[in-house]
Design a protein around this ligand. Structure first.
Ligand code: PLP
Length: 396
C-alpha cells in the first residue's frame, strides 16, 4: 500500500539538505579527537552571577509553570526599557509589539510562518547564517540570493535590485553578520530599505550580535530606526550571545502590532512559551548597567585580535570582523590545492583545533566562493584561545 509514496515530506528533505551533514560531522570528529572547540558559537566563560541568581531564585520561588505565552510582563517591560535606553527614540509597546520566544531560533521560524506563503520569495544575503534558508523553505517560500564577496563582503547593488520582485515578501538580514563579521553600512541599509518599500517587503533583522561589534559607541544602528522602515521591520534578538546564556533559550521579536499578532499566533503552537525561570533571569540581564555592554565589546575586541593576529601570522587570508564573534578565513595560502572541508578535518585530527568548514554558508551553485573558507569562533576564555593558537602554530 502507498505505492511509491514516501512517508517523509519533500519539504523536510529540502530544508535539511543544506546545513547538517558537514557541520555535524565536524562536531562529531572534534569530540572524538578532543579538539579545542573554535567551531560552535557559544561562550566557554560564565554568564554574570546576578542573572544566574535571578533564574535560581525564580525556580526556588516556584515560578515554574507556563508563563504568559508571549512573554512575562516583567521581561517584556525590561526589553522595552533596555531598548529605549540603548537607542534613544526607539519606543516599543510591550503589550502589542513584543513576542518572547525560545531563542532567536524559534523567533526566526515563527517569523517565517507568520509572513510567508508557499511561492513567496525571500531575499537572503550569502554567505548566510545557516537557519534562514531552511526556515524559508519550511514555510514553502523560495530563497533568492544576493552574494557578498570577500574580502570586504560588499554586494552588488544591481544584484540586490534584481533579487526583488512582485513575489518578494521578506528580506532576512544578519546584522552584525554571522559568518562574515560584516556590519552593514548606513548606505547599504538605506538601499535595502528603499527596495523593501518599493516592493512592499518586510525586513527581518537578526540582531543577536548587536552588542558584539568593534566600531565603538554608535557604530551599530538598528534598521528599525531607518526612516521608512519603522512599520516594516521585524527585529529578532535573544539573551543568548549578549549575556552568554545560549542554553537558556530565550529570545524575542520586536515588530509592529499586526506582525506581532501573527508571530504570537505561530509561537503559541510552536512552543507555547519560553521557560519561566529563564525569563526571570532575563529581567536581571536586561537590567545590567550600560558599562556591561562597553566591557563586553572591549573583551571581545581583545579576543578577536588575539586570534586574528595569530591566524594572519600563520598565513590565513582574512578580514578582521567588524562585528559578531566569528572570523571567516581563506585557507588557500596554506593549502592551495585543498578545500575547506578537508582542511577542517585535518585541523581537528592532526592539530587539535576545530573550526567549521564554510561550504554550507553558500548555496551549492555558488559554493566555489566558499570552497576554501573555514570559520573560527572566538567567544572563548583567553586561556582557551591561547591554547588553540599554540596548536595552530604547528601549521606554520
Ligand atoms: N542567529 C544568529 C545569527 C546566530 O549566529 C545564532 C547562533 O549562533 C542564532 C541566531 C541562534 O540564536 P538562539 O541561540 O538565541 O536561538
Amino acid at each position: 500500500s502507498g505505492g511509491n509514496r514516501t512517508r517523509l515530506s519533500r519539504t523536510s528533505a529540502k530544508a535539511g539538505l543544506f546545513t547538517e551533514s558537514v557541520i555535524r560531522e565536524t562536531f562529531r570528529l572534534a569530540a572524538q579527537h578532543g579538539a579545542i572547540n573554535l567551531g560552535q558559537g557559544y561562550p566557554d566563560f560564565p554568564c554574570p552571577q546576578e542573572i544566574k541568581d535571578a533564574a535560581c531564585a525564580a525556580i526556588l520561588a516556584d515560578d515554574n509553570q507556563y508563563p504568559m505565552t508571549f512573554g512575562t510582563p516583567a521581561l517584556r517591560a525590561a526589553i522595552a526599557e533596555k531598548t529605549a535606553r540603548t537607542y534613544p527614540g526607539w519606543t516599543i509597546d510591550p503589550d502589542t509589539e513584543l513576542c518572547v520566544t525560545c531563542g532567536a531560533t524559534e523567533a526566526l521560524v515563527a517569523v517565517a510562518f507568520a509572513l510567508l506563503d508557499p511561492g513567496d520569495e525571500v531575499v537572503l544575503f550569502e554567505p548566510w547564517y545557516e537557519n534562514y534558508q531552511p526556515d524559508a523553505i519550511l514555510a514553502g517560500a523560495v530563497p533568492r540570493t544576493v552574494r557578498m564577496r570577500a574580502p570586504d563582503w560588499t554586494f552588488d547593488e544591481a544584484e540586490l535590485r534584481a533579487a526583488f520582485g512582485p513575489r518578494t515578501k521578506a528580506v532576512f538580514l544578519c546584522h552584525p553578520n554571522n559568518p562574515t563579521g560584516k556590519v552593514y553600512s548606513a548606505e547599504e541599509l538605506a538601499l535595502v530599505g528603499e527596495l523593501c518599500q518599493r516592493w512592499d517587503a518586510v525586513l527581518v533583522v537578526d540582531s543577536i550580535y548587536e552588542h558584539i561589534h568593534y566600531l565603538g559607541p554608535g557604530g551599530y544602528q538598528p534598521p528599525a530606526l531607518v526612516p521608512g522602515l519603522e512599520d516594516r521591520t521585524i527585529t529578532v534578538n535573544a539573551l543568548s550571545k549578549t549575556y552568554a546564556v545560549t542554553g537558556w533559550r530565550v529570545g524575542w521579536t520586536v515588530a509592529p502590532p499586526d506582525l506581532t499578532a501573527a508571530i504570537r499566533k505561530v509561537h503559541d503552537f510552536l512552543t507555547i512559551a519560553a521557560p519561566a525561570p529563564m525569563q526571570a533571569g532575563g529581567v536581571a540581564a536586561l537590567g545590567l548597567p550600560d558599562g556591561y555592554y562597553a566591557d563586553l565589546a572591549a573583551r571581545y575586541l581583545e579576543r578577536r585580535d588575539l586570534l586574528c593576529s595569530a591566524l594572519e601570522d600563520i598565513g590565513f587570508d582574512l578580514r578582521r570582523p567588524d562585528g559578531s564573534y566569528y572570523v571567516l578565513c581563506d585557507m588557500a595560502p596554506l593549502d592551495p590545492e585543498g578545500d575547506g572541508v578537508a582542511f577542517a578535518r585535518r585541523l581537528i585530527t592532526e592539530v587539535g583545533v576545530s573550526c567549521v568548514p564554510a561550504v554550507s554558508f553558500w548555496r551549492p551553485e555558488n559554493v566555489a566562493a566558499g570552497r576554501s573558507m573555514i570559520r573560527f569562533a572566538f567567544p572563548k576564555r583567553p586561556e582557551t584561545l591561547n591554547a588553540a593558537v599554540d596548536r595552530l602554530k604547528s601549521l606554520k
